[in-house]
Design a protein around this ligand. Sequence first.
Ligand SMILES: *Cc1c(COP(=O)(O)O)cnc(C)c1O
Length: 463
Amino acid sequence: MTSRFREIPSVNEVLRRQEVTELITRYSHQSVVEIVREQLASARRTVSQGGEPPGIESVAEEVADRAASRWKNWPETVINATGVILHTNLGRAPLSDESIEAASVAASGYSDLEFDLASGKRGSRQAHISQLVCEATGAEAALVVNNNASAVMLGLAAIATGKEVIVSRGEAVEIGGGFRIPDVLRQSGATLVEVGTTNRTYARDFEEAITENTGAILSVHASNFRVMGFTHAPTTSELVEVGDRNGVPVLHDLGSGCLLDTRPYGLAWEPRPQESIRDGVALGFFSGDKLLGGPQAGIIVGRRDYVNVVASHPLARAVRIDKMSMAALSATMLHYIRDEPTERVPIWRMISAPLDELTARASEWKEAAGAWADVVETRAAIGGGSLPGETIESVALRVNCNRVGISAEAVLTDLRQADEPIIARIEDDDVLLDVRTVLSSQDSSVKRALDCLNRGVAGHQSK
Ligand SMILES: *Cc1c(COP(=O)(O)O)cnc(C)c1O
């Protein structure tokens, strides 16, 4: 046994191999030594379990493989053929060309981020963006932070610490990733007062719960689930009426910052920031990377006095947005001000793409995929905690795994290993590639991967 351990090459021997000396020219010596040590440790484990000691060639190759997979640029581009438009695991909203350009400008040099070019004095990072957000939403004032979770937390901490916050029982929910409204309230130093029942809450329930300790009424959009049947919730304007009568601000967590009417696309109504502002909320909160279609950001809109209180809270500095997201967000807001979101914002291009256009693209994919695939109707989802259960008509290429007798899992794996990995889904033991969520600039990559797959299956069938 001990002699077998002695057959394992030493660190220095491995470091002298050409594959490894090449690594040392590109990475720090110490990092390469570390990876060689890891590889040799794994070799020793193999031997201690009775396996063969690997030769020096294979150790050197594995060191090079380890380095290549660990020290690559990340994240890697993938093609989203899942049919879920805002896929949180795939990075939510892809940015418009203009937003990408703006982020790149902000990243690549110095900028007037907090500098006023006219006066030569210090400026505000918020001034420009809040102007655009106000124009797009009709709000009096706005503040942008790094995501909506922090926006809500900051808003509550600034407005309601040490006070009671009234929330409908049906809205004391978990948004996802452990972000639960009761916990957020506790963390921001406020006390939760639940009113109504899980399915029915009325404006009078809020009114009856108001005391001299009430700091705010909080309304949370049920963005990732739906209560159906015997339900009631007060409208935002009813809540504002109650708030106004009692001198209590209404805070509205909208979740998704959907500035467009979703109904013309066959989707349910999604509350919009501009409606919430019109209804008179003190503050509205929403995400930058859900239905707004921009970068990760949390946007706070509302009355100037309340926004000022929030902006001067110490937590505001802790959740500050970075310059690249700020730049991308300002370019995204401009698409709305120019009235061009369905032409320029990728997720709105996807949502509004007509079926015949999707069918034409799917037919091209089919040509690459060969006889064992066909074009089918399907339904795409919004996802990302927006419009739960809502789907839109879509078109997919179906890989008929059943008919060809190959496993759908194996096809998914093959697609993930394409040059540009493709993420698809399984339905009825077949693989579906939904066209709606694939950027048209990625069509050639999809066709290449399908062509490869086709050859693979042809080979498989001829066996
Ligand atoms: C998504 C969501 C959040 C969290 O927003 P992030 O931008 O992901 O931090 C908060 N509240 C609601 C209602 C949401 O839907």
